[in-house]
Design a protein around this ligand. Structure first.
Ligand code: SR1
Ligand code: MG
Length: 394
């Protein structure tokens, strides 16, 4: 299909997005189409094209050749659009209930056309305004148990896994994570951004060699352990939700990494809600307990019934794997808490707290909890113990 007159990449405009939708014959011939750019993330353009009569829509997502959050001074490969589309297709096969359908991709224009999810809300936005998502943690647990199992050496033929690992080498996007999560917040880097009142707390992080030792170990794990195909950026801004549905979007950071990284990102991004507003602690606590317990139920079921590894039933092996996921995830969650508070890309959960003193207090608590999780993750042995650690900080 020739979609463009030009054969070279160009950023879409709203009117070009409509032309594209017409050429793809997604809508009926007489449809009156409108389009708006709705992207509120850090990196991409996102167009919603809608049929004004039926209300039916599609999403056209395009990678920009730079990081939108910073500007053209930060060039970024548009190859990430292919990584994202390929990951969506794989995750969609493994966990179809939780992934939007991809209708069309174009690698030159870095475009992915997918289901319109505008009947759902971005989970972070919904949680901040007080929406309830009773099934969110259960759904995320099943999504992660399935994606982390079926892309690992336990759930896929081990040669096929190596092919997948090759397909998802994603150096540019991994470098962003290596810098923004594991390096910059722990040194005096120009990308960091925080309120002047937090400087003392931040400087104590930069001087804390015990903390940085543990961060270096977590970073090494991120750099070297290809356990499963990760989403790679599984924060609540990468999740669409309603009271009944959950869809995980935006896997442009996908790569083979340690499973606890995805699990930890979910944990940290749920925690921001309780750190921003203590009254939400019981709700967050329930989400955390359901999330981990359901993850274990689904993962162990897959482990016992679908395992490809001949040594999988060796006594103690499964428990060791699960324990590793748990400890890794708490450490990674600690890094996410700290980087979203003092690093380059913040979260609205904390930044939207209007009262200055309350915002500072919430951020101080977030840094404290982050430090504790990074330093003591291996001393926390159950989800109940973890919840007690969180309660003590509040
Ligand atoms: C320059 S990108 C900043 C952040 O936005 C993405 O969603 C990732 O979380 C990344 O770390
Ligand atoms: Mg994203």
């Amino acid at each position: 299909m020739t979609l463009f007159t030009s054969k070279e990449y160009q950023p879409l405009t709203e009117s070009l997005a409509v032309t594209l939708a017409v050429k793809m014959r997604i809508f009926s011939e007489n449809a009156v189409l409108s389009c708006s750019e709705i992207g509120d993330g850090n990196l991409n353009l996102v167009f919603r094209v809608t049929d004004s009569v039926t209300g039916q829509g599609i999403i056209i997502k395009q990678a920009l050749p730079y990081a939108k959050v910073v500007g053209e001074s930060w060039p970024l490969t548009i190859k990430r659009a292919k990584i994202e589309a390929d990951a969506l297709k794989i995750f969609g096969k493994i966990a179809p209930d939780y992934v939007p359908v991809v209708h069309f991709t174009d690698d030159v224009f870095a475009i992915t056309v997918m289901d319109d999810l505008s009947h759902l809300s971005i989970a972070r936005t919904g949680l901040i305004r007080g929406d309830k998502y009773p099934l969110l943690s259960k759904h995320l647990a099943e999504y992660l148990a399935r994606t982390l199992f079926y892309t690992s050496d336990f759930g896929v033929n081990q040669s096929e896994k190596k092919e997948l690992q090759r397909q998802f080498i994603n150096p540019e996007l991994c470098k962003i994570t290596e810098d923004l999560i594991f390096t910059d917040p722990f040194i005096d880097a120009p990308t960091n951004s925080f309120e002047p009142e937090l400087r003392l707390a931040v400087e104590s992080i930069w001087k804390d060699t015990e903390l940085i030792f543990h961060v270096a170990l977590l970073k090494k794990s991120f750099l070297t352990e290809g356990e499963a195909l990760l989403h790679g950026d599984l924060h609540t801004g990468s999740i669409f939700a309603s009271s009944t549905e959950t869809k995980v979007i935006d896997p442009e950071f996908a790569f083979y990494g340690p499973s606890g990284f995805d699990i930890g990102q979910v944990i940290a991004n749920l925690l921001f809600q309780a750190l921003a507003n203590k009254e939400k602690l019981p709700e967050v606590q329930e989400h955390l307990e359901i999330f981990w317990n359901e993850f274990v139920i689904h993962y162990s079921e897959l482990w016992n019934t679908e395992n490809q590894e001949p040594l999988a039933s060796t006594p103690g092996f499964y428990d060791a794997i699960l324990q590793k996921f748990f400890h890794d995830s708490l450490g990674f969650a600690g890094c996410e808490l700290i980087r979203r508070t003092i690093g380059l890309a913040h979260v609205a959960d904390l930044d939207s707290i209007q009262n200055h003193e309350q915002r500072l207090l919430a951020k101080q608590k977030t840094l404290e909890l982050g430090k504790i999780l990074i330093k003591t993750s291996k001393e926390i042995h159950s989800i109940n113990d973890f919840v007690k650690v969180v309660q003590r900080i509040m």
